[in-house]
Ligand binder design. Structure first.
Ligand SMILES: [Zn+2]
Length: 114
């Protein structure tokens, strides 16, 4: 198991979304420290930073390049339009709150695939 990325507290909403996106790409991963947010205030901030870990070291380089491309395009802060119902959504939503359609994880990365 290898650490992929450490999120800042401001980025913590991204942790879950990026984990979802990686899993859709077939990369098994987990977020550590996520559950500590409930106890925020009692624990020093540094210990609360969520960390994204890749379970299988062999896919780490692939996970890293996927993550970098998502971070570069700022996938979690770019507003998007639901392909199902046309609702406009803020970037932090992983799925449409109106109809439940999941955000297309491949959006914007499809062209870079071989
Ligand atoms: Zn929708």
């Amino acid at each position: 198991m290898k650490k992929l990325y450490t999120f800042t507290l401001a980025d913590r909403a991204e942790a879950g979304l990026l984990k979802e996106l990686l899993e859709r790409e077939g990369v098994a991963c987990l977020v550590r420290n996520e559950q500590l947010f409930a106890a925020l205030g009692e624990i020093p901030f540094l210990e609360c930073s969520p960390e994204l870990w890749v379970i299988d070291d062999e896919v780490w380089p692939r996970a890293k390049s996927l993550l970098e491309s998502w971070l570069k395009e700022d996938i979690t802060s770019t507003p998007w339009v639901c392909p199902s119902c046309g609702e406009k959504l803020e970037g932090q939503f992983g799925s449409c709150w109106k109809c439940g359609k999941e955000r297309d994880a491949m959006r914007g990365t499809r062209d870079e695939k071989p």
